[in-house]
Write a protein that binds this ligand. Structure first.
Ligand code: NAP
Length: 473
């Protein structure tokens, strides 16, 4: 284990527990052990659900929930560098991107605190129907119950924050299972919540075998909602297995961008170069497929390729690294295979730089190549010439995914058409679809999911309306 490696225990019912079994967390860059976490399983999961259910029997008032969330945001601000280093160590995320993620987690907590204070039901206009005359009615927003949360490796701090901060704002206790490759940032957040005065049971963090802990969350009826961020294959199966629960899914994408002939091509090339390769393309909204109107195609490619070649590939702990490793060898081999199998022309990259995949641009692949229709989740983007905006929209819509998409254009008509016709949860105009700010409603359609995150929207999902009808004298 590296001299700086940390050891973390599980957090259940307000206690830090050991299980006698440990999981090594390795740097995706060097393979070195950067941390060790206690490993739990079904027993700890049952204990965590018991603790969560019992915590919710003594509800925390909204002002206390908000104060805890504000304190966590403050602590994150003070320990930003430590958080960024943890993210970078365990996920292999370049330090500068890890700092952005840590700052965003602060913002997520701050927005969740606001939601805790303004959570309220609404009046029902009863005399709008004859049957309602003489009655007063309103709704209360009640916490849905224990929330089971499962998070992915690629934003190990902020995507955990997007689950546990809104849950607390909503008044729900949480049992969280972070990704096994990146559990330390989640346990770090638990430490901050503990220090912020969160009473026992409100947050429980378990690391261990996904299917074993997942099974407990699916089967235990006390878990009323599962919030899952990860791959489409795992997410939809989980939903099928829990028909009586609310199962909120934030899944993958094969993010398209349209570049119209009238676009600011330097802006579009710059945004694509930044947003296809940051964190080696391992964001669910990394730019993957670029469709360029034919008259602008040569010029766009001429501008894009040198920008991609200028990206610094290397050690994620170096201050100026832009592109680091992908999460593991399996991912690296799959991505290289997909590049090799594509019928398109590799304009740059397509090979290893040491152990790292060089940022890769593929021209005009076939629509049914994996790089065109599946989620690459690696430092690869395709550029395809199209004859019209119609064709670009049809190709952009031509996968099973629908998270975010974007268009670069000087025309308001093109922008508005794209906003209406792209079948995605979010559409950006003259901005890369990789853009996300943490208060936005964020989520997908089709195979990309069935919910919206962002504290305001997540809190709605994690609460239920209870109707109160009063007969007036
Ligand atoms: P993943 O393999 O699906 O894993 C996500 C989480 O699910 C991990 O905690 C994993 O645990 C757990 N898991 C795996 N099998 C399970 C099972 N049978 N039952 C219950 N839980 C199970 O995804 P990933 O590779 O970590 O993340 C990448 C994916 O996430 C990409 O598809 C990306 O697009 C998507 N993503 C979506 C969003 C969004 O907001 N839409 C954001 C970020 C990422 P283990 O780690 O222990 O296997």
């Amino acid at each position: 284990m590296a001299a700086t490696a940390t050891e973390r225990k599980l957090f259940v019912d307000g206690e830090w527990i050991e299980t006698g079994d440990w999981l090594d967390v390795r740097s995706p860059y060097s393979g070195e052990v950067v941390g060790r976490v206690a490993k739990g399983g079904a027993d700890e999961a049952h204990r965590a659900i018991d603790a969560a259910e019992s915590a919710m029997r003594a509800p925390l008032p909204a002002h206390k929930r908000a104060e805890i969330l504000v304190r966590v945001a403050g602590a994150l601000g003070r320990r930003l560098e430590e958080a960024a280093k943890l993210i970078s160590d365990e996920a292999g995320k370049p330090l500068k991107a890890a700092r952005v993620e840590a700052a965003r987690a602060m913002s997520t907590y701050t927005f969740a605190a606001v939601e805790a204070r303004k959570l309220a039901g609404e009046m029902v206009p009863m005399d709008a129907a004859q049957a309602g005359e003489g009655k007063l009615a309103f709704t209360l927003r009640r916490p849905i119950g224990v929330v089971g949360a499962i998070s992915p490796f690629n934003f190990p701090l902020n995507l955990v924050a997007h689950k546990i901060a809104p849950a607390l704002a909503a008044g729900c206790a949480v049992v969280l299972k972070p990704a096994s490759q990146t559990p330390m940032s989640a346990l770090f957040l638990a430490e901050l919540e503990d220090e912020a005065g969160l009473p026992p049971g409100w947050l429980n963090v378990l690391v261990g075998p996904a299917s074993e802990i997942g099974d407990v969350l699916v089967e235990d009826e006390r878990v009323k909602l599962i919030t899952f961020t990860g791959s489409s294959s795992v997410g939809w199966k989980l939903k099928q297995r829990a028909p009586k629960k609310r199962v909120n899914l934030e899944l993958g994408n094969a993010t398209p961008v349209i570049v119209a002939a009238d676009a600011d091509l330097s802006l579009a090339a710059m945004k694509v170069s930044q947003n296809a390769f940051a964190f080696a393309g391992q964001s669910c909204i990394s730019v993957q497929r670029v469709y360029v109107e034919r008259s602008a195609y040569e010029e766009f490619v001429r501008q894009l390729v040198p920008l991609v070649e200028a990206l610094k590939v290397g050690d994620p702990s170096d201050e100026d690294t832009d592109v680091g490793p992908v999460i593991d060898e399996g991912a690296r081999e799959r991505i290289l295979e997909w590049i090799k199998a594509s019928s398109g022309q590799v304009l740059t990259g397509g090979e290893l730089d040491g152990e790292l995949i060089r940022p890769t641009v593929i021209a005009n692949p076939a629509p049914d190549d994996e790089v065109s229709c599946e989620e690459v989740f690696g430092p690869v983007c395709t550029v395809t010439a199209v004859d019209s905006i119609d064709e670009a929209i049809a190709l952009a819509n031509g996968t099973r995914y629908g998270l975010q998409a974007g268009i670069f254009t000087a025309s308001l008509d093109n922008g508005l058409r794209a906003a209406q016709e792209l079948e995605f949860g979010g559409v950006t105009v003259n901005e890369a679809p990789t853009f996300r700010s943490d208060q936005m409603p964020y989520g997908g359609v089709k195979d990309s999911g069935n919910t919206r995150e962002g504290p305001h929207y997540a809190v709605r999902e994690m609460t239920e309306a209870r109707l109160v009808v009063i007969d007036l004298p």
